[in-house]
Every structure is written in C-alpha cells, then in structure tokens.
Design a protein around this ligand. Structure first.
Ligand SMILES: Nc1cnc(-c2cc(N)nc3[nH]ccc23)cn1
Length: 286
C-alpha cells in the first residue's frame, strides 16, 4: 500500500529538527515520468535507528495518509528503506508548523484564525466520514502551505500532518507530555477513537487563539496528570462563543463532544458574528 522510493532518487539537505523518535530533513526526490526527470522538494522523516521496533507503526501512520487524499491532508509520496534507515517522504509545506508561525507573527487576524480552524474542522470531518481517527491533532502538526496576507486578502491554507508513531508505542511519559492535547480517556486505554480528535481540536483552537502559546506551558508531568485528575479546564478565552465551542470539544465524557458537522456550523456562525466583524472592521454592524 506504499510507493517505494529508491534511496538514490533522494537528495538530503539541512536538518529541520526532530519529532517523537524521528529526525526530519529538507530534501528532494527525482523521478522519471514519460522520460522527463522531475525534481520535487520533499520533507524526509527518518525513524531513529534505536526505535526500529516502531517502524510498522511509523509506516502505518504514513499509510493512513497515503490511502486517502484530501486538500487539507499532507501528501505522503512514499517510503524509502535503506540499510538501517526507515524514511517517510512527504510533500514539503513551505511555511512549516503553525505553532511556530503564530509565535513569530503576532499579527494574524481573527478571521485568519477562524479560516484555519475551519480548514482543520473540514479535514477532521473528512476523516470522521471515513471513520479514521488521527490521534495527534495539534498546532505543531498543522503545516502552513500559504500564509495569506491581509493586504491582498488571500487566505491561509493548512495541511494536517501525519499522526506519527502511535500512542500505544510511545512511552507513558511521552503520552503524559501530550496533556492537554491527548484526550483524558486515552491515558487509560491508549486507544484512539474519533472522539479523541474532537478533544484535541479544542486544545488546538485554544492554541490558535492564544498566538501559538502552548497550554499548560512549563508544567511538569505530575502537574499535567493532575490537570486531568481534577477534571480541570483550560483558561477560557475572552470571546465567550469561541470559549464555549472549546469547552464543548474538551468535555471529559467523549460521547458529549460535538460532531464535526456541529463544529463547522458553530465556526460558521462565529465567522459571521459581530465579534468577528468588529475585529475585522473596527466597527459593529448597524
Ligand atoms: N511536511 C513538512 C513538514 N515540515 C516542514 C517545514 C517547513 C519549514 N519551512 N520549516 C520547517 N522546520 C521544521 C519543519 C519545517 C515542511 N514540510
């Protein structure tokens, strides 16, 4: 269920950092199509050699992304296995992770943020319709393909990255460190269901409207675990309708969380709300 890419068709460029058990590099791949050589910019995600036992989960995450295609899901070109290296070859998304982008550019508008939130909700709705749970929704896994700028009024465009190594194979501490993105019920079951993505969507909304600031920033694993044990909630945003949507998504009882359709409907009403118009135009509608 994978396109296998020959190692000699890959060119390695600079390191771009690391994820859970992975290192990522900028690179390019060449392929021959009807006798013409095409060179494509790619992101190379390498599984740590000392986590080889995760390779099937590593590729399972990639295969999830390559079995379905959607404009807001990251494109995975294939995999390359060379000596002891397991490599996932992904499309290169120009502006990188949304959390870093939001921290850098404090000037994005409310409508920009709502647009990004709606794109993520559409990607989740698509996955929900296929009964596929992602399991790692967060601003770090939202990649910005187009910045969109207020002047020429063109809008941002995001792509949801692959979920990475599955929760079941991550150490307990890695899972605890994902509080408050990981849904509370996952800590017991390590099973990812559709409702888990709704919880993480709420946390990601909170990140987007807090300019990429990580919730529970700097809290240690004990404090993070207690956050769930005390059924705590994230500090509410001042925009109450948005804070309500986040609270609906981040309900401790999974069955009470809203469907994607409801999330999209509520985002649409926020987009046309007075608060948005006030922020966009500086005046309230008559
Ligand atoms: N599939 C992906 C994933 N990450 C990027 C990316 C882009 C960028 N400008 N800086 C980065 N720094 C780290 C990663 C990254 C690109 N494509």
């Amino acid at each position: 269920q994978f396109h296998m890419i020959k190692h000699e068709d890959l060119t390695w460029k600079e390191s771009l950092g690391q994820g859970s058990f992975t290192h990522i590099f900028r690179g390019s791949k060449t392929d021959q199509r009807d006798g013409v050589t095409h060179t494509t910019e790619v992101l190379l995600k390498v599984l740590d050699a000392n986590h080889k036992n995760c390779w099937e989960s590593f590729f399972e995450a990639a295969s999830l992304m390559s079995q379905i295609s959607h404009k807001h899901l990251l494109l995975v070109y294939g995999i390359s296995v060379h000596k002891s290296k397991n490599i996932m070859v992904q499309e290169f998304v120009k502006h990188g992770a949304l959390d870093l982008y939001l921290k850098k550019s404090m000037s994005v508008s409310v409508s920009w943020k709502l647009d990004v939130a709606k794109q993520l909700a559409c990607a989740l709705n698509f996955l929900e319709e296929k009964n596929i749970a992602h399991g790692n929704i967060c601003a770090k896994n939202l990649l910005l393909a187009r910045e969109g700028d207020p002047s020429s009024d063109n809008s941002p465009f995001i792509k949801l990255s692959d979920p990475g190594t599955s929760m079941a194979l991550l150490g307990k501490d890695v899972v605890l460190d994902r509080i408050p993105w990981v849904a509370p019920e996952v800590l017991d079951t390590l099973e990812i269901e559709l409702e888990c993505d709704k919880w993480s969507f709420g946390t990601t909304l909170w990140e987007i409207f807090n300019n990429g600031e990580a919730p529970l920033q700097g809290q240690d694993l004990i404090q993070k675990q207690q956050f769930y044990e005390h059924f705590s909630n994230l500090p509410a945003l001042e925009w109450t309708e948005l804070a309500d949507l986040i609270a609906q998504c981040m309900q401790y009882q999974p069955e009470l969380r809203p469907s994607c359709r409801s999330i999209i409907r509520q985002l649409n009403s926020l987009i046309t709300s007075d608060y948005e118009i006030l922020h966009a135009t500086g005046t309230l509608p008559k």
